[in-house]
Write a protein of this length. Structure first.
Length: 251
């Protein structure tokens, strides 16, 4: 949800690259770099702009597979043989870190995120398994039954939303950022992208039962268009019994 990722579709902090078929422009932004001695200094740098997150991911893959200074990663690449280990993934990240960022804790930071969200679970997932999961097979909880319990985190999410204390301001056209900011303020990480991205990323997860909605849940539908962005706030409040009409929310 950084400005670079949200407005310019650059998910990885990729500096401006000429000659890439995926880069659509350059955005000059302030950034922090770390010196060899550990001190931080600020610079203005040109970062690659992309038309889509897909282009950004393809460009990063192109860099990793073609630039010579990422050769140290080769021995830790996933061979897609179903045997890739957590240790290999960590070593890949470690080899990658020295060429990717000046931050001296970049490797540790990434491993923490991989641990927190269990990203290792995707390392040995085949494309066929992915398609099966999208169709509602085991793996994605397409019809999880809410047990009716209200946790402290649920209450916290609702309180933050109801009090408009998101990590991002509630401004026109950036309501998806506000929604993600609610989760960030509650210490639950972020939901990336705009409302359409949210629908595409999460439409095969959670529950499709409208009578099975936990407090603090995001509610969306591909058919609601712009309304999907506001239904989240409606559900935050409804989940705790603070019912308001859609008109009240929009106004």
């Amino acid at each position: 949800m950084s400005g670079l990722a949200y407005y310019h579709k650059n998910l990885f902090g990729i500096k401006g690259r000429s000659g890439s078929p995926y880069v659509s422009g350059v955005a000059v932004m302030g950034t922090q770099e770390q010196a060899a001695g550990g001190g931080m200094y600020a610079i203005q740098a040109g970062f690659s702009e992309y038309k889509s997150y897909k282009d950004c991911i393809y460009d990063r893959a192109l860099m990793i597979t073609t630039l010579s200074y990422y050769a140290a990663c080769d021995q830790y690449k996933n061979l897609n043989d179903g045997k890739y280990t957590k240790e290999q993934a960590n070593q890949y990240c470690k080899a990658f870190a020295s060429s990717w960022a000046t931050s001296q804790v970049y490797y540790e930071h990434n491993v923490k995120i991989m641990e927190q969200y269990n990203l290792y679970q995707f390392d040995n997932l085949t494309y066929e398994q992915f398609l099966k999961l999208k169709e509602g097979g085991s793996g994605f909880p397409a019809n999880v039954v809410y047990n009716g319990k209200i946790t402290e985190k649920m209450k916290q999410v609702v309180a933050i939303a109801g009090g408009n204390r998101s990590a991002f301001p509630c401004t026109a056209n950036y309501c998806a950022a506000w929604v993600s900011g609610v989760y960030q303020a509650a210490g639950l990480g972020s939901i990336s992208g705009n409302a359409i991205d949210m629908w595409n990323n999460y439409k095969y997860t959670g529950s499709t039962d409208q009578g099975n909605i936990p407090p603090g849940a995001v509610v969306c539908s591909s058919g609601w268009g712009m309304m999907v962005r506001f239904m989240v706030m409606l559900e935050f409040i409804w989940g705790m019994g603070w019912w308001r009409t859609i008109k009240d929310i929009l106004l």
